[in-house]
Design a protein around this ligand. Structure first.
Ligand SMILES: Nc1nc2c(ncn2[C@@H]2O[C@H](COP(=O)(O)OP(=O)(O)OP(=O)(O)O)[C@@H](O)[C@H]2O)c(=O)[nH]1
Length: 409
């Protein structure tokens, strides 16, 4: 009997070992098998995306992950972002933009970097005990470093030299006003800097916004819409930058914030037709101004310029473009200027918007842009905030650089 019980026990133990021996390895295998395709998926999928950033590779391997705001947005298969039920019903709060008058004075602190180099730096040099050759050289260097450009620098220095010689006493107040006068003259205060945004009898004014990508074009369109709304105009936005879905969404969001409609089309659609439809819609809804954001990819210059030319021609079937604004990034300095000239060959640029002046000490770029292109700077961008854009005024700008006029010393 004992032998029978022992035999039964052995059989039971062997049976249990058999069961776990099969089950446990199987579980381990299952996890590994599950893991393997995911690991493998990383490799080929990462290779097919255009972006090389790791985040883009992860995005491809994990389709359930939310779309990142990084380079993955540029891939050929955009994620359709359906608004949630809440977003769909919640009416967007309409904001009241700040009035434009006095914005440059209010935002003067944003010019801190240029104030140091062009303002305080030059004033300190001019106030030196001896205005000898070395000091004049330093003054010249400061102007060149601030991107004023060779021609304008030579002119400013020559005139300052002459006038300080004629002027016997050199008080701080006198030097400040001398420098201010020369800088204002270099900025040509006689240029027409008004924005042509008044509607015609039968159609809205049309404004085209052009420039290389990353210069701040879409942001600028949004800020200009706010400037126009603040000045009492009704606005419609045309999202003709159909290369980047995110740019279209970005523009629509700017529009919603000030109650402006945005005409948009699926990614990749002909920008000229979006631009045409925008003006058509503007005529139907009787808005004052239609503001059209365009694409600025420079990888293929000929293609881009052909496209821009087409946008302009097609829009002009409704009537002439009233304002073509070229957006330039102030931080790119003289390089940006070379790119800018290409745009002026295709579009009759009527004004420049100089963005990111808050991020550079090279505020003198305003002078060289105007000289080189022969086009007035009409607006300046002074930050990322929605109302961080100001109409450009040479005197206010120079006052902001030099600080309040000093009392006589
Ligand atoms: N500091 C600062 N940043 C700015 C200013 N204007 C725009 N930007 C920033 O510049 C970046 C690029 O702006 P976008 O408006 O997307 O540029 P874009 O030219 O439309 O670029 P694409 O749509 O790729 O063609 C954003 O981060 C903006 O917030 C400015 O005046 N100052």
């Amino acid at each position: 009997m004992e032998y029978v019980l022992i035999a039964v026990g052995v059989v039971v133990i062997l049976a249990l070992i058999g069961v776990f021996g099969l089950v446990l390895p199987h579980n381990r295998r299952t996890r590994r098998e599950n893991a393997e395709p995911a690991e493998q998926a990383d490799r080929p999928a990462g290779g097919t995306t255009t972006a090389t950033a790791p985040s883009a590779e992860r995005g491809a391997a994990q389709p359930q992950a939310p779309p990142s705001a990084g380079p993955a947005e540029d891939t050929a298969a955009p994620t359709v972002e359906e608004p949630s039920a809440e977003e769909a019903v919640a009416p967007p709060a309409i904001e009241t933009p700040e009035p434009t008058a006095g914005r440059l004075a209010r935002l003067r602190g944003r010019l801190a970097k240029s104030q140091n180099l062009l303002g305080r730096g030059l004033l300190a040099l001019l106030s030196s005990d001896k205005l000898d050759a070395d000091t004049w050289e330093e003054i010249e260097d400061s102007l060149l470093t601030a991107d004023v450009g060779v021609e304008a620098t030579t002119q400013i220095v020559e005139r300052l030299r002459e006038r300080t010689k004629v002027l016997g006493t050199r008080s701080a107040g006198e030097l400040r006003s001398l420098l201010a006068e020369e800088l204002v003259t270099a900025l040509d205060p006689t240029l027409d800097r008004s924005l042509h945004t008044a509607p015609h009898d039968d159609r809205p004014a049309v404004m085209l916004v052009v420039g290389v990508n990353g210069s701040g074009k879409t942001t600028t369109c949004g800020k200009i819409a706010r400037v126009l709304v603040a000045d009492g105009r009704s606005v419609l936005l045309g999202a003709a930058d159909t290369f980047r879905a995110a740019a279209v969404d970005q523009l629509a969001t700017w529009g919603e914030r000030v109650g402006a409609e945005t005409v948009r089309a699926p990614e990749g659609r002909d920008p000229a037709s979006v631009a045409y439809d925008s003006v058509q819609r503007g005529i139907e809804t009787k808005v004052d101004t239609v503001l059209i954001d365009t694409a600025g990819r420079l990888q293929n210059k000929v293609g881009l310029m052909d496209e821009l030319g087409k946008v302009k021609r097609v829009v002009e079937r409704h009537g002439p473009v009233d304002e073509a604004l070229l957006v330039l990034d102030a931080t790119t300095g003289q390089n940006g200027l070379a790119q800018a000239e290409v745009f002026t060959q295709v579009v009759n640029v009527s004004g420049v918007v100089l963005t990111k002046l808050d991020g550079t000490a090279k505020g003198g770029i305003v002078i060289s842009v105007q000289r080189k292109l022969g086009i007035p700077v009409k607006l300046v961008g002074l930050g990322e905030g929605p109302d961080d854009m100001a109409p450009f005024d040479p005197r206010q700008f120079v006052d902001a650089l030099l600080g309040e006029p000093a009392g006589t010393s």
